[in-house]
Design a protein around this ligand. Sequence first.
Ligand code: AHR
Length: 502
Amino acid sequence: MSQAEIARIHIDTRRVISPISPLLFSGFAEHMGRCIYEGIYDPSSPHADENGLRRDVLAALRELNFRSMRYPGGNFLSGYHWEDGIGPKAQRPHRRDLAWQSIEINQFGTDEFLHFCREIGTEPMLGVNMGTGSIQDAANLVEYCNAPSGSQYADLRATNGNPEPYGVKYWCLGNEMDGPWQIGHLNAIDYGKKAREAAKMMRWHDDTISLVLCGSSGPAMPSYPEWDRVALELCWEAVDYHSMHYYATNIEDDSRSFLALSAHLEEFVDALAGTLRYVKAKTRSKRDVYLSWDEWNVWYKARELADMRGGWTEAPHLIEEVYNLEDALVVAQWLSVFLRKADVLKIACLAQIVNVIAPLLTRRDALLKQSIYYPLLHFSRLAKGDSLDVLVESPQYETAQFGDMPLLDASSGYDAETGSNAIFLVNRSLSDELPLEIDWQGRAPQGIIAAHQLAGSDPKAHNSWEAPNTVMTRPIPVPQVVDGAAQLSLPPLSFTALEVAL
Ligand code: AHR
C-alpha cells in the first residue's frame, strides 16, 4: 500500500457539533404484519410472559436500548380508532385494516403498548390519526393518557386499570399525510390547518407534550420540499419537531453506490434544515423546530404490492426483509449521519423493530438477530455526550450515483462525564483493506478499551435460522495508542466501533 492510500481521521474534543440527542436511538412499532402480533405480543408463544409479551423479544429490545418508541403506525394510524384498542379484550372489535388489507383484532392497544414501553424502559411516542380521525379524537387520546382522573376519558383509563396518568410526552400529528396512499390524504394547506388545530387542543389538555409534524414521506415525493415549507409555515409555533422518512434501496444491485448512500441522506437533512431556517426567518420566530427522522431503514427486497397486502388475515407475513452485510453497512453509516447532523436531528426511529423490516425476526419459539442489529447495538451503547466534527482524509472511489466518494465513513462522540470517546468507521470498499491512522488532537487518549467489528467478503451474506451468526460484530484486538495516535487496518466491507478512554 502506498502512503496515498492511507486514510486518516483527526479527533478533537473541542470541535463539537452538538450534544447527541438520546432519542436518535428510537424505534417504531406498527400494527402491520407480524410486528405487534407474533412479534411483540404472542400469548401462544412458549416465551410469552403473563401479559402475552415475548420475553425473548423484550430482552433483545432492551439490549438495543431504544430511547423512544413510535406507535401505532405508519399507514395503519390513518384508519385507526384508538378506542377500539382499550377496555376488556373480549369486547374489542375485529376490524378490516385498509392500509395493509389485514384483520386487526385489537388485542393490543394503547394500554398494552404503554405497559410494553415500561417493560423495555422506553419513552412512548404516540401518533394521532389525522386521516379518518378528528381533532376531537386526537384530544381525547391525550386526555385518556395524560389527564388526572375526574373527566370522561381519564376516568375510562382508570376503569381500564390505570388510575395514574401515563404522562406520554411525544406525539405525532398523523403519518405521511403527503402521500396519496394515505387514508385521508390531505394537501399541505389542509393538513397544516388540521394539524395546527389538533395540536392546540392536545396542548390544552397537557401543555408539557412535544409534537411532531408530518414532513415529506421522502425526497422523491413530487410535493417535496414545498409540503414541508407550507406545513411548517402554518404550524411553526404549534410544533416541536418536523418528521422525515426514508427507505434505502439497492434495487439496481449497485453496491458501490449503495454503500455511498450517506451522501444522499445528508443532502436530504440539509435541505430540510434549510427549510426550517427559512420558515423560522419568515415567521420571525424565536423558537426552533428540529428534525425527527421517524421512519428510516433499508427496505427494497420485499417491496412488491403483494408484500404489503395481508389478504384480510390476522398477522400476515408482510415485508419481512432479510438483511445482509451491505445493508448493515448502510445502517451503520446512517447512524453516523445522525451524529454528523446532531445539531438539527433530534429524534430518529428505526422502522420497524420486529419482523416488519426489522433487526429481529421471530418464530413462535425462536428469535433471530439480523445483520442490522449489530450497528444499532454499538451506536446505541456508545454514542453519548457530544457529537464531534471529525476531520476525515480518505482515498476516494468512484460511484455511479454520487460521483467520487471517500472510502472511509467516520463519526465520533465524546462523553465528557465518563471520558469515553466513541469512534464509528465503515470501509466502503468491496475488495480492499483500508489502512487507517487515528490522530487525537489536543490530548492523547489513555487507550482504546474495546473494539468490535462486523466484516465479510460477501455483501449479500445474511443470518438465517440455520446460520444465525454469519453476520455479526465480533471483538477484535484493540489497536495500541502510541504518541496520541493509533493505526489499524479496516477490512473491506466492514464496520468498526471503537471505545476509547480519553
Ligand atoms: O414502515 C412501513 C410503512 O412505510 C409505514 O406504515 C409508512 O409510514 C411508510 O410508508
